[in-house]
Write a protein of this length. Structure first.
Length: 230
């Protein structure tokens, strides 16, 4: 009986998405209590070490959403940014690329934490890139006390966007997760205020440099903050 249960879990894990927090396969589970009792969801197979969950969307809703997305180009997406031009631009891009590459070699653990030394290096990069400003409010910020914040919340590892720019579970966009482009330094109070709000305009201040935070199915990208006319 135990073997049968294990096979069932492996089958579900193979069909499920990767965990947005630790990349382990997710398994289909059913909520036993609370307001979501009886609803299915994806739970990380590394539980209890990792407690990440992803809602399972109603198939009919998902189909309607996907058909709506494929009928037209999302107004918030854009072609990938062009490579920097000129010698200084190319040198700057190369230096930035090497810096990011080295930082992204070390992934955070299941609780989204790096060791203290690596975290200091990440904050140093983000603080320098964004001219010492909070990515959420745009205000000046001291490096000491700044928090590392995901631009796209982890719960939206894969998502769709409504015409008003509100995120919901879907598959049109895939977040770059822990990549430096999807991280920003923020005041602790701003980080708490932002939380998991679905409005993408709340994720990064309009005065901040634009970042490629997600890739779209059609080869386009989502850059935040969005264009003024989006």
């Amino acid at each position: 009986m135990a073997a049968s249960s294990a096979e069932h879990d492996l089958s579900d894990a193979a069909a499920g998405p990767a965990c947005p927090k630790c990349a382990a396969p997710m398994v289909r589970r059913v909520a036993k209590r609370g307001e979501n009792a009886g609803n299915e969801f994806w739970g990380c197979s590394a539980f209890p070490k990792c407690r990440a969950v992803v809602p399972i969307e109603n198939p009919a809703t998902a189909a309607d959403s996907e058909s709506a997305e494929t009928d037209q180009v999302c107004p918030f997406s854009s072609p990938p940014p062009e490579a920097r031009k000129g010698l200084l631009g190319k040198i700057g891009a190369a230096v930035d690329g090497i810096w990011r590459w080295n930082l992204e070699l070390d992934e955070p653990d299941a609780t989204d934490r790096w060791d203290l030394e690596h975290r200091r290096k990440v904050i140093d990069y983000l603080h320098t890139r964004d001219d010492g400003r909070c990515g959420i409010c745009g205000g000046a910020m001291k490096q000491k006390g700044a928090q590392v914040e995901h631009v796209v919340p982890k719960r939206f590892a894969v998502f769709e966007l409504s015409p008003k720019g509100e995120a919901h579970q879907g598959t049109h966009y895939t977040s770059v997760l822990h990549g430096m482009e999807n991280l920003q330094a923020a005041h602790p109070r701003c980080n708490k205020y932002k939380g998991n709000k679905p409005d993408i305009r709340e994720w990064r201040h309009p005065s901040m440099p634009r970042l490629v935070v997600a890739n779209a199915k059609d080869g386009r990208v989502l850059m935040l903050p969005p264009h003024d006319d989006a």
